[in-house]
Design a protein around this ligand. Structure first.
Ligand code: GTP
Ligand code: MG
Length: 361
């Protein structure tokens, strides 16, 4: 999974990228504003850590998310093919919105997150609209030469998308059948991508409360409730400090701000739910590992996420929820208690399931 970090100039995009990916990039790497940075973030997961404490595996593998940090967004940037190319490839967008006050860092006008969100949304819409119009022109020429049912369907869909965009609505809110979605997948429209608003707030002593209230205070509740959108607040400054600390120091630091967890954990978790993803685990003395699958995946599909052979030769999945396994203390105990079950191909995997795939192959 790949997430693109976008936003207006100087809002904290690269700072967030560095914290998420712990990238040790030199300042030089960030000197060219048109260059994109790609990095991998480990998905923090307390459940996996606790399972690992039980198994003490040789190898512990968390899930990961790839992040792409591009330069500041704007109509001009979106006309550059490398810039837009980077963004087209991502599965979701994280829009960093500035709400921190700092007179030494310039911002376009007053601090106004909702206005910034609308402006960036507008840029995405304009970019998609240009693409739709270009394709429609071509399609209409082709349709004059030869009518096929598929071309007509695409035409109808793009006419609808055009009207939608012209009314300043992003495509992520447009109702589409799965077939329609497939039909326009190749365009990789920017306004169609799931959107996470990341509100970057000021440091304060009451940060815990501040973060909780930030989405409401900056009037983002409505924007976050739209289809395929979500919002989360972080304090970039505090996160940067946290990322340099040992776990024990970080825990103490968090509680001094009355925070339960780091903003990054929340951010990544929100991205997962926005994209409809869940985790399941495989455990053992060799390896404990988290796997990512879409919500409502069947056991046989989960097996396929591990290896296509496991999907092909799937027999049963020994399944237990992570907390039941910890409670039992061992698989043998869990089996005796009956909390470790055998599930078939069509079992719908739950977030936090631990699975052993039994296979014939
Ligand atoms: N006060 C404060 N400053 C911040 C925060 N986050 C980032 N900054 C500062 O804002 C400036 C810009 O940060 P970057 O992370 O480079 O922002 P950017 O969005 O990548 O900027 P461009 O790529 O140039 O558009 C830097 O001087 C940061 O130190 C924050 O939460 N609080
Ligand atoms: Mg930057």
């Amino acid at each position: 999974m790949k997430t693109g970090i976008i936003g207006l100039p100087q809002v904290g995009k690269s700072s967030l990228f560095r914290i998420l990916t712990k990238a040790q990039l030199s300042e030089h790497a960030f000197a060219n504003p048109r260059e994109a940075h790609v990095g991998v973030a480990k998905v923090p997961d307390d459940r996996l850590d606790r399972l690992a404490a039980l198994y003490k595996p040789k190898k512990l593998v968390h899930a990961s998310v790839e992040y792409v940090d591009v330069g500041a967004i704007g109509q001009d940037a979106l006309k550059e093919s490398t810039y837009i190319g980077h963004l087209r490839q991502v599965d979701a967008l994280a829009h960093v919105v500035r709400s921190f006050e700092d007179p030494s860092i310039p911002h376009v006008g007053e601090i106004d997150p909702l206005r910034d969100i609308k402006n960036v949304e507008f840029d995405l819409i304009v970019s998609d609209l240009g693409q739709v119009e270009k394709r429609l022109e071509r399609l209409e020429k082709d349709l004059k030469k030869m009518k096929t049912a598929e071309l007509e369907r695409e035409h109808e869909l793009l006419v609808r998308a055009k009207a939608y965009l012209e009314n300043e609505h992003p495509l992520r809110e447009m109702q589409m059948t799965p077939e329609d979605k497939k039909r326009i997948r190749g365009f990789m429209f920017l306004s169609e991508k799931p959107m996470l608003y990341v509100l970057n707030v000021s440091e304060s002593t009451e940060l815990g409360k501040e973060l909780e209230a930030a989405i409401t205070n900056y009037k983002l509740t409505e924007a976050a409730a739209r289809p395929n959108a979500a919002a989360t607040a972080i304090c970039g400054k505090v996160e940067a400090e946290l990322s340099e600390m040992s776990d024990a120091d970080a825990a103490e630091f968090l509680s001094s701000y009355s925070l339960r967890e780091s903003g990054l954990v929340r951010l990544i978790r929100t991205t997962y739910s926005l994209m409809g993803l869940i985790s399941f685990f495989t455990v053992g003395e060799d390896e404990c590992r988290a796997w990512t699958v879409p919500v409502n995946s069947r056991a046989v599909e989960a097996a396929g996420a591990i290896h296509s052979d496991l999907e092909k030769h799937f027999i049963r999945a020994e399944t237990i929820h992570w907390d039941q396994l910890l409670e039992a203390g061992s698989e043998a105990n869990a089996r005796a208690r009956g909390t470790l079950r055998l599930e078939g191909k069509d079992y719908l995997v739950r977030d936090g399931d631990v699975m052993h795939i039994r296979h014939s192959g």
